[in-house]
Design a protein around this ligand. Structure first.
Ligand code: BES
Ligand code: MN
Ligand code: ZN
Length: 509
């Protein structure tokens, strides 16, 4: 994990391996961003011209390395593109800073120490730079090569060691607090990424529950793990049904973070399918290679609760991790089987690959029993949502338009792309079952909304609920960009943390 520190801006020429400056895309070529002055001086005021000669434009995510001239104590300068210039007198937007810091940190994998001489003119800007650097510096090397794993593995370079953010007032209380928050949140996002990237032969439901228990104890979070026996006793037919085909039995993990001054209570529910083969409705080749990512919702819930505990937020949060492995076998649920869910409702399983909604249904009903002020579930639920919104935006649905809008806006504040989606009542009809109360599948068109409507059936009366379908953004199959690595992204963690903060501040309902 990249360490984050603050350094006085005047000392931007201090000892480091690399000094990072920002460059924006101006109308007539690259323009240096605030923070770059000390470096530019060492170049005799010609840094922008040099960069242009080297082919730099200031475009978003572009990185240009060049040797430093005498006068700078770092041997290398890295110019990172910020994209378009902000409007006159306006500051660079936080998202642009976060992405640029992330791109720089990625370009500096394996470097010991870099000074970030980027625009850091407010506590918010410092937070964005710090978050971006810590998220962009992430690398998952645990499986690279035994002997070298600690150093980043034979094939990995390891992360950037330290990102020193250069600021005018490093001792300012707000600036220091912003850095600490950013470090805690980024560490937890990275923790969720580690879980997502861990191969499914190692991260079974039991193993996930053990990781969650250990971390919960470390951070003063109460934890309770329901194993397969307890699940049978409690009547959790959805979770048991999905887990029935696997040698690795399911778990339901409850995490309870409480604060003595809390006025509000939230419940976070996460889909934790440690591997989704599709079950008897087996996925075809080409669709299951990345399905270790199907526990990303549970990873996000877990990481967000640990972050809330570390930040000491004045809100009570209960987390529910619905963990199971969806496998085909002689003991697996079959298409045509009827499950009796924890709520008492019966579900005809028409497609065993629509398993997420089955485990979530039990967890949502359980979460509803405590009558929290709001419930948010997070799930890699449908390929249809990915079709609708692409691979970088999650869908937000819910039973309360105002709450759904708040969650969408909070995600935006946190720097996560999301979009509100409807739950049209007429789609309910497709889930009618001749045998049971409801089927686990409906119309193919609008499949993401159908899944949302199914979940709604298991949310307690009168509780505000939002459903985040992160099937698109949870796992990056493409090239890394900004602060987003390949593989697990940690989608929704920052949104959940921000929601907890806003709830603690009394900003919601
Ligand atoms: N885990 C998948 C959804 C998914 C697909 C997540 C691609 C990430 C990337 C989910 O369990 C699933 O298989 N959904 C089915 C539902 C269908 C059978 C009704 C789907 O979307 O095809
Ligand atoms: Mn599935
Ligand atoms: Zn799934």
């Amino acid at each position: 994990m990249t360490a984050l520190t603050l350094k006085p801006a005047a000392a931007a020429g201090q000892r480091a391996d690399v000094i990072v400056v920002g460059v924006a895309k101006g109308a007539k070529g690259p323009v240096l961003a605030p923070g770059a002055a000390v470096v530019d001086e060492a170049f005799g005021g010609k840094l922008a011209a040099v960069l242009e000669t080297l082919g730099a434009s200031g475009g978003e995510g572009e990185t240009t390395k060049l040797p430093a001239p005498d006068g700078l104590k770092a041997p290398v300068v890295l110019a990172v593109g910020l994209g378009g210039l902000p409007e006159k007198d306006a500051a660079f937007d936080e998202d642009a800073l976060r992405r640029a810091a992330g791109a720089a940190a990625r370009a500096l994998a394996g470097t010991k120490k870099a000074v970030f001489a980027l625009p850091a003119e407010s506590a918010e800007a410092v937070a964005a730079l710090a978050e971006g650097a810590a998220l962009g510096g992430y690398s998952f090397d645990a499986y690279k090569d035994d002997g070298e794993a600690a150093k980043g593995g034979k094939n990995g370079k390891g992360p950037l060691g330290e990102a020193a953010i250069a600021v005018d007032k490093p001792r300012d209380k707000d600036v220091k607090a912003a850095l600490e928050r950013a470090a805690a949140v980024a560490e937890e996002v990275n923790r969720s990424r580690d879980l997502i990237n861990t191969p499914p032969n190692d991260l079974t439901p039991e193993a996930f529950a053990a990781v969650a228990s250990a971390a919960a104890k470390e951070h003063g979070i109460k934890v309770q793990v329901l194993d397969e026996k307890a699940l049978v006793k409690g009547g959790y037919g959805g979770i048991l049904g999905v887990g029935a085909g696997s040698q690795n039995p399911p778990r339901l993990v409850k995490l309870a973070y409480t604060h003595p001054k809390a006025q509000k209570s939230l419940a976070f529910v996460g889909k934790g399918i440690t591997y989704d083969s599709g079950g008897i409705s087996l996925k075809p080749a080409g669709h299951n290679e990345t399905m270790k990512c199907d526990m990303s919702g549970a990873a996000a819930v877990f990481a967000a609760i640990v972050a809330a505990a570390r930040l000491g937020l004045e809100v009570n949060i209960t987390g529910w991790l619905a963990l199971a492995e969806n496998m085909p076998s002689g003991s697996a649920v079959r298409p045509g089987d009827v499950l009796r869910m924890y709520s008492g409702k019966t579900v005809e399983v028409l497609n065993t690959d629509a398993e997420g909604r089955l485990v979530l249904a039990d967890a949502l009903w359980k979460a509803s029993e405590a009558k929290p002020d709001a419930i948010v579930d997070v799930a890699t639920l449908t390929g249809a949502m990915m079709m609708a919104l692409g691979s970088r935006t999650f869908g937000v649905m819910g039973n309360d338009d105002a709450f759904r809008t708040s969650v969408h806006e909070i995600a935006e504040e946190a720097g996560e792309a999301s979009w509100p989606m409807p739950l049209p009542k007429h789609l309910q009809k497709g889930m009618e079952s001749p045998t049971a109360d409801i089927a686990n599948m409906g119309e193919r068109m609008g499949g993401g909304l159908v899944a949302g409507l199914f979940l709604q059936e298991f949310v307690g009366e009168g509780i505000a609920w939002a459903h985040l379908d992160i099937a698109g953004p949870a796992y990056n199959e493409g090239s890394p960009y900004g602060y987003t690595p390949k593989g697990g992204t940690g989608s929704a963690v920052r949104t959940l943390v921000r929601l907890a903060e806003r709830t603690a501040a009394g900003d919601l309902g």
